[in-house]
Design a protein around this ligand. Sequence first.
Ligand code: DON
Length: 310
Amino acid sequence: MKIDKSAIQAAVQTAHSDFTPDQGGKNASYIPYLASVDPALFGISVVTADGEVFEAGNSDFEFALESISKVFSMARAMDEVGLPQFHDKVGADPTGEPFNSVIAVALHDDKPLSPLVNAGAMATVSLIPAGNAEDRWQKILATQSAFAGRDIRLSDAVNDSEQSTNFHNRAIAWLLYSGGTMYSDPMEACDVYTRQCSTLVTAVDLATMGATIAARGTNPVTKQAAITHPDIIPPMLAEMTMEGLYTASGDWAYRVGLPGKSGVGGGILAVMPGVLAIAAFSPPLDAAGNSVRGRKAVAQIASALKLNLY
Ligand code: DON
């Protein structure tokens, strides 16, 4: 499927001007750093599976990757441990509960169900083969960087803010451990998971990371492979469809029809396999934890370009 380049730039520009006025929502506040980011920031980018980049607004502002990091750690774990083991140990079903739900874990024999909620993301980190926390962290950082096509770095400010307030995630990590579904030291997994959420990306980075998924694991800008097994891409997209926008995932699939992923830093990503990825960033969130402007902008661009998997 080929899309006219001028249509992409027009859709990006129109979505940016349509949703620049206040759309409601509130910055995440349970992580103090995120509460302090300017809520008016709004950036959009589209990167195609052949490496063309489109952008509008604050597309070069660096924001915290947060939950979108779960997609790339999932990729690393699937790539290294293989799909059957990954599916068996983490799962692929929506929880129907908020992203940090303890109840979802307790209701399912301490199984996380999905790698895209906090419990499953920590189990995913713990599954990545590594001798210690630092090795595991370096693998995750290298994977984020390969998908983005540049050296992604940790924000000490975001990480300090999260590490000093993430008591809830530590409780979930211990709960998984007690149920036998955590595969490393639970505090080590929680620490590395928290770091992976605290890296900084721009909307262009995020769209490039998505375009690498759209291009079956080869970064279309650098032409470097970010994974070794392209057959992990369809299950990755399935996981994103099931749980990428948490309790709003079904609604998103119904209305937009593209696998997506959001983060409480205000980033959101949608992927049209083989074609392109759309990323947006704006900090104010809805009740499910998804960027309000981001959701609207990505949905409008997908509709304008007639992109819907179904
Ligand atoms: O673990 C947390 O709660 C955050 N570091 C990430 C959560 C997140 O981004 C959920 N997304 N909408």
